[in-house]
Design a binder for this molecule. Structure first.
Ligand code: AMP
Ligand code: FE
Ligand code: FE
Ligand code: ZN
Length: 281
């Protein structure tokens, strides 16, 4: 089928974290939509790269290795996209392991709290394997499977949000420290969805300035959940500080309404990323 899409979708999730499709399925769907390439950016893990890389070679599109790091700026939850990192360099792999370990304990604690009111078991939450990065979406899926709620988004809205009594916070890396780890690993760092509507407000302009000082390379200004009216100041800072602007869908398969290729990054920016990083493909 002919397609109107083009460009590079640089933010996608597979079954290696909280997406619902395999890395290969994401790549093949991207190719069939007409996209020129994708980055796989599972939360805090790089285990999906080999499958995505092989599938991209087969499908004739480009693959950029990525990872979305669970970070914080002060008390604010942030996500940092790292592209082209060589995880054998510096302390990045160890930090990702610490974040995944903390997620595991945190999810278990949330399930323990939920078990007081719901028929939910840790084994069901981990049904698809112990090796993926676990998060609230997997808890949501278990509650959907058990018939309590119709879909992930409803579970989040009702009982998994940060003000819920079942919510437990999880360890997150300081954003500036994460940027340093990404740079040590030969990658570039892009601040994900800085104006996501689910947050109380956008990342502060002054915070973006501080992260630019810390070596941030780009900002995900095009993201389906960014609120346009929250982006004005961030666009201005990005322009003034020479930060690149990226675009991506944050595809999670059936786990979120975000459709693959809904937002994209242009070829010039993609080529620039490739030229800068330790692991460009
Ligand atoms: P966690 O990583 O455990 O903090 O959970 C956050 C993840 O849940 C994000 O990466 C999103 O993929 C997902 N998420 C957040 N809000 C929603 C929602 N309303 N519906 C579906 N997924 C969501
Ligand atoms: Fe996610
Ligand atoms: Fe994110
Ligand atoms: Zn994401």
């Amino acid at each position: 089928m002919a397609s109107s899409l083009s460009g590079y979708d640089l933010h996608t999730h597979s079954l290696h974290s909280d997406g619902t499709t395999t890395p290969g399925e994401i790549v093949r769907e991207a190719a069939s939509l007409g996209l020129e390439g994708i980055a796989l950016t599972d939360h805090d893990t790089v285990t999906g790269w080999p499958e995505a890389r092989a599938a991209a070679a087969d499908a004739g599109i480009e693959f950029l290795p990525g990872v979305e790091i669970t970070t914080r700026f002060g008390h604010r939850s942030t996500h940092l996209l790292a592209y082209g990192v060589d995880v054998s360099r510096g302390g990045l792999a160890e930090e990702l392991l610490a974040v995944r370990d903390a997620r595991h304990s945190r999810a278990q604690e949330m399930v323990a709290r939920l078990a007081a009111d719901y028929d939910i078991a840790w084994e069901t939450v981990l049904a698809e394997g112990d090796d993926r990065t676990v998060g609230r979406p997997h808890i949501a899926d278990a509650l959907v499977t058990a018939g309590y709620y119709p879909d992930r988004s409803t579970v989040f809205a009702e009982i998994l949000h940060p003000r819920s009594p079942y919510y437990v916070p999880t360890y997150a890396t300081d954003t500036a420290e994460a940027i340093e780890l990404v740079r040590e690993a030969g990658g570039i760092a892009v601040l994900a969805h800085p104006a996501a509507s689910r947050q109380r407000g956008p990342v502060a302009d002054a915070a973006l300035e501080e992260l630019a000082d810390a070596g941030l390379w780009g900002v995900e200004l095009e993201h389906p959940e960014n609120r346009e009216d929250w982006l004005t100041g961030l666009r201005e800072v990005a322009l003034r500080r020479g930060l690149a602007a990226t675009g991506a869908s944050d595809f999670h398969g059936a786990g979120k309404p975000n459709r693959l290729g809904d937002r994209t990054t242009d070829g010039e920016t993609f080529t620039q990323i490739r030229s800068l990083v330790a692991v460009p493909r």
